[in-house]
Design a protein around this ligand. Structure first.
Ligand code: PEP
Length: 249
């Protein structure tokens, strides 16, 4: 039985004051979330602060990226041992904003994935098509290519150690959510593709949906058979909305 995971991607938002208030709010309502694991992915500069704010609460911590190298002359990157020291359980990898705004290729994302797995950090591997790709009918080919970049270099076992986040790029931060049927169709495709290599991994890997998920649409999305949670951007910045998504599971 796959657990539901609701992970908040705070992106480049927040201040010491606002993240303290946000974490206080999340912790205050956490006991009402019965059927989901919750995680937050703050900007790197706040990771250790948030770890302290989490305290004993059952909230996972994640970074928004991880370096593909262990340490050394990689200015601006975050080393895996540093992220572990900061208390990270997860690292978001290959977010579409990293791919489109900072030119991260499938190959680099796969290397980051390998470093996370090697370090015992669970990658949240983001994949998804642009609007243009969807309209030209290549959605499945795009997500297959993004998955194959990891599988071809690290084997299907590496997928067994990650969480996949299917995030149609046209739905991220736009308020245009994929319908539950659209999302389910791609999630089912991903699981079927993995199943051809390992039914065990396909049956057990968590596949999250991301793209304008909010308190109003979460229940319908999360009730789809192959949707195992959400990667939440905007709605993770308000404790009430983030908790409401967790409670919809
Ligand atoms: C995201 O950034 O991963 C995301 C899903 O953002 P939003 O929920 O704001 O669309």
């Amino acid at each position: 039985m796959r657990r539901t995971l609701i992970a908040g991607n705070w992106k480049m938002n927040g201040s010491l004051q606002s993240i303290t208030e946000l974490m206080d709010g999340i912790k205050a309502g956490l006991n009402e979330v019965d059927n989901a694991d919750m995680a937050v992915c703050p900007p790197a500069v706040y990771l250790m602060k948030v770890k302290g704010l989490i305290g004993e609460a059952n909230i996972g911590l994640g970074s928004q990226n991880i370096c593909d190298q262990a340490s050394g002359a990689y200015t601006g990157e975050l080393g895996p041992s540093m992220l572990k020291e900061a208390g990270c359980k997860y690292a978001i990898i290959g977010h579409s904003e990293r791919r489109s705004l900072y030119g991260e290729s499938d190959e680099l994302v796969a290397k980051r994935h390998a470093m996370a797995v090697e370090s015992g950090i669970t990658p949240i591997l983001c994949i998804g098509e642009t609007l243009e790709e969807r309209e030209s009918g290549v959605t499945e080919a795009v997500v297959a290519r993004q998955l194959d970049a990891v599988i071809d270099t690290q084997g299907i076992e590496a997928i067994g150690k990650c969480v996949i986040a299917y995030e149609p790029v046209w739905a991220i931060g736009t308020g245009k959510t994929a319908t539950p049927e659209q999302a389910q169709a791609v999630h089912a495709f991903i699981r079927a593709k993995l199943s051809a290599l390992s039914t065990h991994i396909a049956d057990n890997v968590q596949i999250l949906y991301g793209g304008s998920m909010n308190a109003a649409n979460a229940k319908d999305l999360l009730s789809q058979p192959d949707i195992d949670g959400g990667l939440i951007g905007g709605a993770s910045l308000k404790a009430e909305d983030f908790l409401a998504i967790g409670k919809s599971a």
